[in-house]
Design a protein. Structure first.
Length: 449
């Protein structure tokens, strides 16, 4: 029988010579220039983790065509795993912006996960997360999760889009969507799956402050807020160069350039912005819409604004930083967001920002000072406020300067996010799991005689 004293002795060497915490973060998406904010968030956290050598050993798993390991430094690496059943193999889901793995189990990943101290999932639905849950239950490795995408609401949007692709917009589609509510059912199903996954985790990180109360109640207080960081030296007004913008994209030097960054699709509500700019252009305003990102709405925008829009597709980070700094207004009408990195990038680049109130990014906008919060689906409101800024360069510049100051004084770096939001959650989960192991090894108390 092992005594409590011997247990403490066994733990003492580990406490005296701590080793780095070994963490696997699972991002069931593909890296690349067209990747969204979820992927980019973890790429930036990986760079920040290089500064935590000695305390953290981090492996970030992505999806890719062939298994591979790519070291970033001695304590950080990317691991790539081939999907078992990728959504890109399904013709009906070709319009989904980020492809993932629908398999219920990833055997190769399951063989690797037992080597880690903590497993961190970044969704609750797909192959990596489902595999991690099974491994955690079998091994006792603590599981932590974070919310990066409002997958339930996107499920509703893309289910409706899939129905329309198959059945058109006639009676059958209306019956499926309105009477039977298949899109709403898809959303509710995803919400239930998210709740079940969060219940199974030792730590949960959410992106929106209003979610904290409910998740803390669900997890007995074991939940925190995951902010997003910004590299203020990379996204900066100092990169402004209108001559470069004109030469690179053929935009008239005198145009007021309104920039959008993100998926150019229905999920980001981008056609509301296109409608607003169309109205301004028709009234003779010298406006130009610049949409940085891939998506199926690009052709519709160019058709609507043949002389007043540029849609170059996905841009490399350095190019995007120059575009931000060289434009005049940032507009982001997306109503489905957890935390949009692009809004922070625009603020740091010294742009006044317009965001949709439904998207949750109003929390980083000082109304009338650094930007405006507008109804996501009201193109008239967008055209009105875009016109207000387009005709007043002094106001744009003043708001842009305040946006930059906000980024300098109020926004965390990625190292702050890792060190203050994520690492403490990992350490608490690991410590709780070790304590549970110790309690399980202690002898049962003898009944009093």
């Amino acid at each position: 029988m092992t005594s409590t004293a011997s247990l403490r002795a066994e733990e003492a060497p580990a406490a005296a010579t701590p080793r780095p915490l070994r963490v696997a973060a699972l991002v069931n998406l593909t890296q690349g220039a067209g990747a969204g904010g979820h992927v980019k968030c973890w790429e930036r956290l990986a760079q920040a983790a290089l500064g935590f050598e000695g305390t953290l050993d981090l492996t970030i798993y992505f999806m890719g065509p062939e298994p591979a390991v790519r070291p970033l430094g001695r304590n950080v690496r990317y691991a790539v795993e081939r999907p078992v059943f990728a959504t890109e193999r399904m013709p009906l889901l070709s319009h989904v912006p980020d492809h993932t793995d629908l398999a219920p189990w990833h055997a190769r990943l399951a063989r690797q996960l037992p080597q880690y101290d903590v497993i961190h999932t970044t969704d609750a639905y797909f192959a990596f997360a489902r595999t991690a849950l099974g491994v955690a239950r079998r091994t006792g490795i603590p599981l932590v999760t974070s919310v990066h995408t409002d997958t339930p609401r996107y499920a509703r949007v893309f289910t409706a889009q899939t129905v329309e692709r198959v059945f058109g917009t006639g009676r059958v589609a209306q019956a499926l969507l309105e009477r039977l509510g298949v899109a709403r059912y898809a959303e509710r199903r995803m919400l239930r799956q998210l709740e079940r996954h969060q219940r199974a985790c030792q730590g949960v990180l959410v992106s929106r402050p209003e979610q904290l109360k409910a998740v803390r109640a669900l997890r007995g207080g074991h939940a925190g807020l995951l902010r997003r960081g910004i590299d203020r030296s990379f996204f900066t007004p100092e990169k402004r160069d209108r001559d470069w913008l004109a030469a690179q994209y053929g935009i008239a030097p005198g145009a007021v350039v309104i920039v959008f960054a993100g998926r150019v699709n229905r999920g980001k509500n981008v056609m509301v912005l296109a409608d607003a700019v169309t109205e301004l252009a028709a009234a003779g305003a010298p406006v130009h819409l610049f949409c940085a990102g891939a998506g199926e709405e690009r052709s519709a925008i160019l058709a609507r604004l043949p002389r007043n829009a540029t849609c170059p597709g996905s841009l490399e980070p350095e190019t995007l930083a120059r575009v931000y700094a060289s434009t005049d207004i940032f507009a982001f009408p997306s109503a489905i967001e957890e935390y949009a990195n692009v809004v922070l990038e625009a603020l740091a680049s010294g742009l006044p920002v317009l965001v949709a109130g439904e998207g949750g990014m109003e929390r980083v906008v000082s109304e009338g000072e650094t930007g405006f919060v507008l109804p996501g689906s009201n193109s008239f409101a967008w055209s009105r406020y875009l016109a207000l800024l387009a005709q007043d360069s002094a106001r744009r510049e003043a708001m842009g300067a305040r946006a930059r100051r906000y980024a300098e004084t109020r926004l965390p770096t990625w190292a702050d996010v890792l060190g203050e939001d994520i690492l403490p959650t990992w350490h608490r989960a690991y410590a709780a799991a070790r304590q549970s192991d110790v309690r399980a090894l202690r002898p049962a108390a003898r009944p009093a005689s």
